[in-house]
Design a protein around this ligand. Structure first.
Ligand SMILES: Nc1nc2c(ncn2[C@@H]2O[C@H](COP(=O)(O)OP(=O)(O)O)[C@@H](O)[C@H]2O)c(=O)[nH]1
Ligand SMILES: [Mg+2]
Length: 374
């Protein structure tokens, strides 16, 4: 696998109500990126994310599962979380390691009780958040109700980047950042990029202007440009959207059909180009008040977000490198109890696949073996 620098790694966490489609969306993103050549489904119990026996029995995610995908020279680390309130512990620790949260909504129901509960935690940690209204293919889709549900959570800070449309019998997505219509074939995948049809031009233009205004509000330079030109180009909009996400003042709203593979490529493109990277977030403060800015050259600091016991591996600890770089056999101090912990082996995990690496850190990681399965 390629080595990515810290600007080309995006850490996202999928959260949302039970059955909104998080696990299916993760699977679709891995498939679109060519990392798996067959899309598993939750029903067939063969997704990369839901691989535990108990998840097969229950037919849904029980554990937060780290995965990754690669899209146009970026590595996107995904943690797919369970949507049930019983598993809130796994969700909270995943939110803490995310640089951007992807909140998935079931487009039939919009914001559900589970969405609200999780939202209250996201608020506490002030993480940049993208909302994805999924299941746009479903006959019961109610896009406006779903969007209003997002507005109930974040108010006027919610801004549509996309909305779904059936045009000439085909599933389409109108994108008001790019001002294009994506038209999908029934099997999804790469869409045809078309001009916005005449009867949608006024609606799309109004949403585009709203997006430009909201993007400009977050940066003085952009505001001046906007007053001078009356608009912003795509790059300027991206800059403003990112600033708005970091200020917690702008929440972009996308739409997808995870099941039919529609819209996942565009969402990954947005994560690559706009969603903040770890280096762009405000430095974190530890419980003891130490400021940890994510610099690669400083002594390593890792945040453990999950520990499990695996029958053939012993204790497996999932962590995010917050600063510096760690290598196999490094000794780190556990700040909870002062004990020394030795990093005996390092792996990148994708569901049950593990790929041994020799070091990991803010400069990326180095692989030294083929993928192994256990
Ligand atoms: N029609 C439709 N069904 C979907 C879509 N995404 C997921 N589903 C179905 O919704 C159910 C729950 O999906 P899952 O990915 O397990 O949701 P999660 O609980 O959020 O992880 C499954 O039966 C999926 O096949 C979608 O885009 N459209
Ligand atoms: Mg799931």
């Amino acid at each position: 696998m390629k080595i990515y620098d810290d600007k080309h790694i995006k850490n996202v966490v999928f959260v949302g109500a039970h059955n909104s489609g998080k696990t299916t969306l993760a699977e679709t993103m891995l498939f679109e990126a060519g990392l798996i050549n067959r899309r598993g489904t939750v029903e067939a119990k063969n997704t990369v994310s839901d691989y535990h026996e108990i998840e097969h029995e229950k037919g849904n995610s029980v554990f937060a599962t780290p995965l990754h995908t690669e899209w146009r020279n970026f590595k996107i680390n995904i943690i797919d979380t369970p949507g049930l309130d019983d598993y809130i512990g796994e969700i909270i620790s995943s939110i803490r390691v995310a640089d951007t949260i992807v909140t998935v909504l079931n487009g039939q129901y919009g914001a559900e009780v589970g969405t609200e509960i999780i939202w209250n935690y996201i608020k506490e940690y002030h993480k940049p958040t993208v909302f994805v209204i999924n299941q746009i293919d479903h006959p019961g889709l109610n896009f406006e109700k779903s969007f209003n549900g997002v507005k109930d959570l974040v108010g006027k800070k919610a801004v549509k980047i996309q909305y779904p449309l059936i045009n000439d019998g085909a599933q389409c997505i109108i994108d008001v950042l790019k001002m294009k219509m994506y038209k999908f074939s029934p099997e999804g995948g790469k869409p045809e990029k078309l001009p916005i049809p005449e009867h949608q031009k006024a609606t799309a233009a109004a949403l585009h202007n709203e997006l430009v205004e909201k993007a400009a509000e977050n940066d003085e330079e952009l505001m001046e440009l906007y007053f001078d030109k009356g608009t912003l180009n795509e790059d300027e909009m991206r800059k403003g959207i990112k600033a708005g996400m970091l200020n917690y003042d702008l929440f972009p709203v996308f739409c997808t059909s995870a099941l039919n593979d529609m819209g996942s490529g565009r969402l990954m493109g947005f994560i690559d180009n706009v969603a903040p990277a770890a280096t762009e977030l405000k430095p974190e403060i530890t419980a003891k008040g130490t400021n940890i800015s994510p610099k690669p050259e400083e002594p390593p600091v890792v945040f453990v977000f999950k520990t499990v016991h695996q029958p053939n591996l012993g204790q497996v600890t999932f962590f995010k490198v917050k600063r510096g770089e760690v290598k196999v056999n490094d000794k780190l101090i556990n700040t909870r109890n002062g004990e020394i912990e030795v990093l005996n082996q390092l792996f990148i995990m994708d569901g049950k696949e593990r790929n041994m690496i020799s070091k990991a850190g803010r400069r990326g990681y180095r692989s030294n073996s083929k993928t192994k399965t256990y």
